[in-house]
Design a protein around this ligand. Structure first.
Ligand SMILES: NC(=O)c1ccc[n+]([C@@H]2O[C@H](COP(=O)([O-])OP(=O)(O)OC[C@H]3O[C@@H](n4cnc5c(N)ncnc54)[C@H](OP(=O)(O)O)[C@@H]3O)[C@@H](O)[C@H]2O)c1
Length: 344
């Protein structure tokens, strides 16, 4: 029988992607949708400015949107996907977990908390067991797992693939799509014919989340990886797909050919939403590109290309679909991991 799921922040950019991925999902059945008080009481069709490819699924379109409050979500919902603004998430997500709901969340609040697993299943699925520590410490029947920021998810799988060479220092410069800021994030007057070399708090997220993801969990505590990461983040006028330029210094010699092999052979998983191949490596120096490559693996793959030597070690470009692999798809994958590991 399918697990009954709810979506918090269902009307937003990530919420709509969640609906798109969850509606046909064989293991999940959408049973609750929430948003802000201004959407509560409206049908989903009325409340959401639907902006993703294809129509709103029929059974979702007429569902009434609720306020984002544990009392408004049916008790028989077993799993919540949260795509709330972090200011809202920091207040309401713990209340849902305290009320007994298990949650897979996108929001940036609590990602760096010591007892909150931050998970990319192909990279650090073992960190999920931090949920036992979380439940002990917080006394929750529910639980909260987070996926990282969309720009972090784009480059961390490539770093994980190179980890055997001993990661020392990483520099990353991002070219991020406008959908990463949500519907009300960047006005057209700001971004058309322009690039904005600042995204609030984004650099810190790449630098800290990557070390947590690559860290070791010993069953009780998580130690963060020692790799030094420096990030520079830019918003550009693409709709979807974050492109990143990366420089990696390693302990051991690492040729572009060995790096390409390590990335191309880095294993995917057998979860429902896992791509067959996690990292696609292009030989062409002008790939990956957002418009051409963001939909690889139904938007769940990472693309890399332009691998070459530089005076700062290995240099390459990578790309992922920010609202699928970087957000909604990442949450769904974590939901599948929770299911596989008996948390639902
Ligand atoms: N976009 C991305 O690529 C991306 C990637 C990774 C992570 N994230 C994270 O995912 C979260 C959602 O991002 P988004 O881009 O989808 O934002 P968004 O388009 O602005 O959507 C926000 C959602 O939250 C709801 N909401 C706003 N204020 C609320 C309140 N006070 N109480 C309850 N619900 C409220 C909105 O409902 P109404 O429609 O009723 O206002 C809407 O459903 C953020 O934490 C963001 O940092 C986004």
């Amino acid at each position: 029988m399918a697990v009954r799921v709810g979506v918090l922040g269902a009307t937003g950019a990530v919420g709509q992607r969640l609906i798109q991925l969850l509606d046909p999902h064989p293991d999940f059945e959408i049973a609750a949708l929430t948003a802000s008080d201004s959407s509560a009481g409206k049908s989903y069709r009325q409340a959401a400015k639907w902006r993703v490819e294809g129509p709103i699924p029929d059974d979702v379109a007429e569902t009434t949107v609720s306020a984002t409050d544990p009392d408004e979500v049916p008790d028989d919902v077993d799993l919540l996907f949260s795509s709330l603004p972090s200011s809202v998430g920091s207040e309401v997500e713990p209340a849902f977990c305290e009320a007994g709901y298990v949650m897979s969340s996108n929001s940036s609040n609590a990602r760096m908390a010591d007892d909150v697993p931050l998970v990319i299943p192909e990279v650090n699925a073992d960190h999920l067991d931090l949920l036992e520590v979380q439940r002990d410490e917080r006394g929750w029947d529910g639980a909260m797992v987070k996926n990282p920021n969309c720009s972090t998810i784009t480059f961390v799988p490539t770093l994980a693939a190179l980890a055997d060479y001993g990661l020392e220092k990483v520099h990353v410069a991002t070219l991020q799509a406008v959908s990463g800021a949500g519907y009300d994030g960047v006005s057209s007057m700001e971004i058309i014919d322009n690039a904005i070399p600042y995204i609030g708090s984004e650099e810190d997220k790449l630098e800290t989340e990557s070390r947590k993801l690559l860290g070791e969990f010993d069953g009780a505590e998580l130690s963060h990886d020692g790799v030094e990461v420096a990030a520079s983040c830019n918003r550009i006028p693409t709709i979807d797909g974050h492109l990143e330029n990366v420089w990696v210094e390693t302990d051991e010699d690492l040729s572009p050919e060995d790096a390409a092999d390590a990335m191309a052979s880095y294993p995917s998983l057998e979860l429902r939403s896992s791509p067959d191949q996690l990292i696609h490596v292009f030989d062409e120096p002008d790939r990956p590109q957002p418009r051409l490559d963001r939909s690889l693996g139904d938007g769940m793959a990472v693309a890399a290309g332009g691998l070459r030597e530089s005076s700062f070690g290995l240099q390459y470009n990578c790309l992922a679909h920010n609202t699928i692999r970087g957000a909604a798809g990442a949450s769904v994958l974590n939901g599948e991991l929770l299911l596989e590991n008996g948390y639902l």
